[in-house]
Ligand binder design. Structure first.
Ligand code: HEM
Length: 538
């Protein structure tokens, strides 16, 4: 299977894609037999009964009956667009990735989403937003599968089913507001206090973006870059919207959800249609790849932590422009299969236990969602690089492979790339040392602090933004039925900020508890001057 042809804008070219789907002016059956009538079933006489013999009737209804595929287990509701990424070359000393070389331009497909709602839910709900970008590079696909919030609820992927179960509509009546989806969410985040930081971002105006075009995006995890000499660096990826970061007020979000549940997808499609192509700069925070994988006292493998930009500025390495709407929602937005583990040479994973679990989850879920193991052959998922894999057969196999049995080394297949010497341009797993001495089920002590960065974020907000946060906690916790859960969450707020806790407690008509830890303005980070070190790029 070859690459899907794309127009210069990055969108699939209509002619080649629709050729397989629709040819000629005549209506036909799926096997190409011209039809004369598609409005009347074949009947024994004008008043029936209908005859089983009617192939067109059965084929038409059978196919319609199977038009839907399972929605994504998370991030089910999304909107996407085609575009192009232009690299400025600033990262080329850090990574050998060809698409980050100076002047390289790469087609992209970007899907924005909510996390918890079903496919038909409203756009403007309070939630995290997905920000997933597929780069069709000359060295294969690179997917940056991020969110609009820089931290995540949990530190270990083994808790992912739990946090999602706690947030999704309740299993009996499937209503989020029913007893007890609010209870389960707040029960989870107050019992698993590592979730407090992400929850605080959700309660802030970041949880109700005004537009997909006005959101930041974050790769969240730390990634490892490797350059042509084999030297490695640790980075965090950031998308910075050229339109700035803007949010709705809670009242606007509520009204939009009722009046126009498609508010965000309409906004994105309309802007692109009108030629107002949204742009984001891609940047990296750069950290030395030390054996500790820490920076400024912060564990780089802990996805509930940020590195403040004052300590490690975001350095721009390229720009993405979204310039074409999908031609077919199902074929593109619904069938696109992002995978956090789709790397190209020059970019690799770190040992972040949240990330490691994602490496399994995406392939596994797509096996069911997209009906078998050949979803990489779906046009929107096809790389623009040549594919020469040893994957054969299976459900929805479109390719007709020829030649002899695929295995390597193979002296019968006319040449074996594996014997041709070490090709440094291929993907190499960076030989990073691991310190393991025993198998354990436990977190490092550096994952323990759940409050100081939550406090740091809250105290970075303006008074108006802080008032919105207090209102959001009061509203959301007010939907809980269990008093013990409200009290436990108030205890967490007491450990974050006394004034915030007091305001929310008053709103709920409950006493404000005393903190159980010392409250300071200090973050665990030493001052900037203590960090030292030189950065590979300015
Ligand atoms: C889907 C981001 C953690 C499992 C997605 C999508 C995004 C995303 C953006 C939607 C992709 C699309 O538009 O199609 C993130 C981020 C995470 C995170 C930023 C943490 C930093 C996890 C974890 C797991 C997981 C820990 C599982 C252990 C999934 C699954 C899907 C998904 C199963 C649905 C994929 C599909 O059906 O194609 N995630 N996720 N995610 N995520 Fe995550």
């Amino acid at each position: 299977h070859g690459p899907i042809p794309h127009s210069p804008t990055g969108a699939p070219s209509k002619d080649s894609d629709t050729a397989a789907a629709q040819q000629g002016a005549r209506l036909t059956t799926a096997t190409g037999v011209p039809l004369r009538d598609t409005d009347h079933s074949l009947k024994a006489g004008p008043r029936g009964p209908v005859l089983l013999q009617d192939h067109h009737l059965r084929e038409k209804i059978m196919h319609f009956d199977h038009e839907r595929i399972p929605e994504r287990v998370v991030h089910a509701r999304g909107a996407a667009a085609h575009g192009v990424f232009r690299s400025n070359g600033a990262a080329s000393e850090l990574t050998k990735a060809a698409f980050l070389a100076e002047g390289a331009t790469t087609p992209v497909f970007t899907r924005f989403s909510t996390v918890l709602g079903s496919r038909g839910s409203a756009d403007t709900v309070r939630d995290t937003r997905g920000f997933a970008v597929k780069f069709y590079t000359t060295e294969g696909n690179f997917d940056l599968v991020g969110n609009n919030i820089p931290v995540f609820f949990i530190q270990d992927a083994i808790k992912f089913p739990d946090v999602i179960h706690a947030g999704k509509p309740h299993p009996d009546v499937e209503i989020p507001q029913a007893q007890s989806a609010h209870d389960t969410f707040w029960d989870f985040v107050s019992l698993h206090t590592e979730a407090q930081h992400h929850a605080m971002w959700n309660m802030s105006d970041r949880g109700i973006p005004r537009s997909y075009r006005m959101m930041e995006g974050f790769g969240v995890h730390t990634f490892r870059l490797v350059n042509a000499e084999g030297a490695t660096t640790l980075v965090k990826f950031h998308w910075k919207p050229r339109l700035g970061v803007h949010s709705l007020t809670w009242e606007e979000a509520q009204i939009a959800a009722g009046v126009d549940p498609d508010f965000h997808r309409r906004d994105l499609a309309d802007a692109i249609e009108a030629g107002a192509h949204p742009e984001w700069d891609l940047g990296v925070q750069v950290f030395p790849d030390t054996p500790e994988q820490m920076f400024a006292g912060i564990d780089l493998l802990d996805s509930t932590k940020i590195i403040p930009e004052e300590l490690a500025p975001v350095q721009v390495i390229g720009t993405m422009t979204l310039n074409a709407n999908p031609g077919n929602y199902f074929a593109e937005t619904e069938q696109v299969a992002f995978h956090a583990g789709h790397f190209v040479p020059g970019i690799d994973a770190t040992d972040d236990p949240l990330f490691q679990g994602r490496l399994f989850s995406y392939l596994d879920t797509q096996l069911t969602r997209l009906g078998g193991p050949n979803f990489d052959q779906i046009p929107i998922n096809r790389p623009h690089a040549p594919v020469n894999d040893m994957l054969r057969d299976g459900f929805h196999q479109d390719a007709v492979h020829t030649g002899i049995a695929p295995y390597k080394p193979n002296s019968l297949d006319g040449g074996c790339p594996f014997l041709a010497g070490e090709d440094m341009s291929g993907f190499i797993d960076v030989p990073h040392p691991i310190e393991a001495s025993v198998k354990v089920r436990e977190n490092p002590a550096t994952f323990d602090d759940h409050y100081s960065q939550t406090r740091l974020f809250y105290r970075s907000l303006t008074p108006v933004e802080q008032a919105h946060v207090a209102q959001a906690y009061t509203f959301e916790l007010g939907k809980c039925y269990e008093q013990a859960i409200k009290e436990r969450q108030l205890q967490a707020l007491a450990n974050i900020d006394a004034e915030l806790c007091a305001t929310v407690a008053a709103g709920l008509g409950l006493p404000a508890p005393e903190p159980t830890i010392p409250l300071t303005d200090e973050t665990p980070s030493p001052a900037l001057s203590q960090i030292g070190g030189t950065w590979p790029i300015d």
